[in-house]
Each structure stands twice: as C-alpha cells, then as structure tokens.
Ligand binder design. Structure first.
Ligand SMILES: [Zn+2]
Length: 319
C-alpha cells in the first residue's frame, strides 16, 4: 500500500492534574488541514493552537475541518473561540450533539436518570448532594454550550482515515484510524499513564449503558487493528499500543475480581460496596467512584458472575 501523505502535528498542553496534558492534533493531508479535538477553554490551549499553527506556516483560517473525538470539556473547549473567528465545520458523533448543545431537555432527563440511579443504588444523602451539584452545574454552565452548527461524522468521508466508534469512556467516542500509516488517534480510549474511566451514562432512551462492557469491547476492537502508534487525548504518544491494550483489558478483569471477592463474603448494595472499597474517596469523588462501581457491577452481571435483587427500593448485589 502507498503510505498516505499526511503529517500529524501534536499540540500538547501540560496541565496540573493526573491527566498530565491535554492533547489535540493538527493533521495536514493533501487537501485539508484537520483539527482533531479542541483542547480546554483556557488561554494555554488557545496560545498552543495559535503558536503551533504559526510554526508550520498556517493560520486558523487554514483549518478545513474540526473533528471531535467525544464531547467532554477537555476536548471541545476552543470550538466557540475558533468559530467566532472563522466558520469552520465541526464534526462529531451524532450522540455528541445534545451534549455539546447542553440542551435543557437533555440535561433535565440526565439529572432525573442519575437521581433515580443513585436512589436505587442506595446512595442516600451522598447521592442527593451530587444531584444538587448537577442541577447547579446545568444552570451555571449554559455559557459553555456550543450553539454552532454541528455535523454528524458519518457525513464526512476522509480518504486517509476510517472512523471507528469506540464507546465506553463516553457514549459518543470515536477514533481515527490510518491503516496505511498504522496509526490511531484514540481520544481517551487508550492513555499510557492512567486507565481511562468508563463513565456511567444514560443512552438516548434514558436506559443505563453498560459502559465498561462497551469500553472493553472498544479496546478489543482496536486490538484487532494494525496499529503501531497511538495519539491519545492525554499524556505521551503510545509507541507499543498492543502491550498497553492487553494490560488495560486484563486490568478491567482484575479490578472486577476484587469487587467480586467482596461480594462473595456478603451481598451488598452498590453504595455499600463503594464505601467498603474506596473508604473516604466515596464522598470526595462520589460520581467517579459510583461510576466505577456500577460499571464493574454491570460488567460482572453481564459476564454472569453476579446477580441482583430489588428489595425496599434498592438493588442488592450477590454472587
Ligand atoms: Zn479527556
């Protein structure tokens, strides 16, 4: 096969968090200049984008397409700043649209989903606190909504890349695969220094997605690809992706087995399991911890290793 004539230019902005950096990418092909993801809405990212463009003799205006790997704020932050200046078309998975618009009806349904979920998982007060936080955030963050026209990624045909759907970390996550160059732009599916979280989310009908099951399937999907280099959303470029993918898949099973061992001792609600395993972190990082626990319980249930009973309005998990 003839290699594609493409050049990938990483924009790596260090951040003071476990993510280490926020990465986004310019890709020069024969006929286009793609921007893959759009960083955070901070001046460091804005300057990083502009200086990188200048260094390669480009301007903002030269960008032909913006492609979003998923809707999280650290991947879409500069979209509004860019399109205020130039009307560059933005492409994402169709599931990104209500999330990026911060559509009030969608946000309301999402809050109701989590209220019901935390209630049935036995979270009590900690759950109510999180729901209040979500309600305030929905009001406060309206200025972060992207009202600019968004195109569905399937409308875009790129000669150089295949779009691979990789849900799990986010329902709308996609990766870009260059088969001839053996490279993948992975969004947050694969990160070298931390394992990516599969965040619990409702699907378009309000049902809970088995996000960890999806995440594992997405890892297996890219495991089957012929890739030698992965450009991730955070941290360093991954040079031996297959070893890492293998480690991440094993990591899911190992962690699930730790939860399973606790459930073998006695039946627990998701909230009880979370408190037993995560101790103080349960309150400090409530939504992440519950996502982790519920994700693994759904995963174990999916594999036929645990069952659940609904008693007095709360789910009890047992082996
Ligand atoms: Zn991210």
């Amino acid at each position: 096969m003839i290699p594609n004539n493409i050049k990938i230019i990483p924009i790596i902005i260090p951040v003071k968090s476990p993510l280490k950096s926020v990465n986004f990418y310019l890709i020069k092909t024969d006929h286009s200049l793609l921007l893959i993801d759009a960083g955070m809405n901070i001046d460091d990212c804005w300057q990083g984008l502009n200086t990188t463009l200048a260094k390669h003799d480009f301007t903002l205006q030269d960008i032909t397409h913006i492609i979003i790997t998923h809707h999280h704020v650290d991947h879409v932050g500069l979209i509004n700043r860019i399109v205020e200046n130039y009307q560059i078309p933005v492409y994402s998975h169709r599931f990104s649209v209500p999330r990026l618009r911060r559509d009030p009806e969608y946000l309301q349904k999402r809050i109701e989903f989590f209220a019901d979920l935390y209630d049935k998982m036995g979270c009590g007060e900690a759950g109510e606190k999180q729901i209040n936080y979500l309600k305030n955030a929905a009001k406060k963050n309206t200025d972060q909504s992207i009202t600019y026209e968004l195109h569905h990624i399937e409308e875009l045909s790129l000669n150089e890349f295949q779009i691979v759907e990789t849900p799990g970390h986010a329902i709308d996550q996609i990766a870009l695969y260059d088969e001839t160059g053996k490279t993948l732009l992975s969004g947050d599916l694969l990160i070298e220094h931390i394992s990516s979280n599969a965040l619990v989310e409702p699907d378009e009908f309000g049902n809970r997605m088995k996000t960890l099951v999806d995440h594992e399937a997405s890892l297996k999907k890219i495991q089957a690809l012929n890739i030698e280099r992965v450009y991730p959303g955070h941290g360093q470029v991954i040079e031996t992706p297959h070893d890492l993918i293998e480690r991440r898949i094993l990591g899911i099973e190992n962690k699930a087995n730790k939860f399973l061992a606790l459930l073998e001792e006695k039946s627990l609600t998701a909230s009880e399991l979370a408190q037993q395993f995560y101790k103080d972190t349960y309150k400090k990082q409530f939504s992440l911890v519950m996502s982790e626990i519920i994700g693994h319980l759904d995963y174990l249930e999916h594999k036929g290793k645990v069952k659940k009973d609904f008693e007095n309005g709360v789910w009890n998990y047992f082996v």
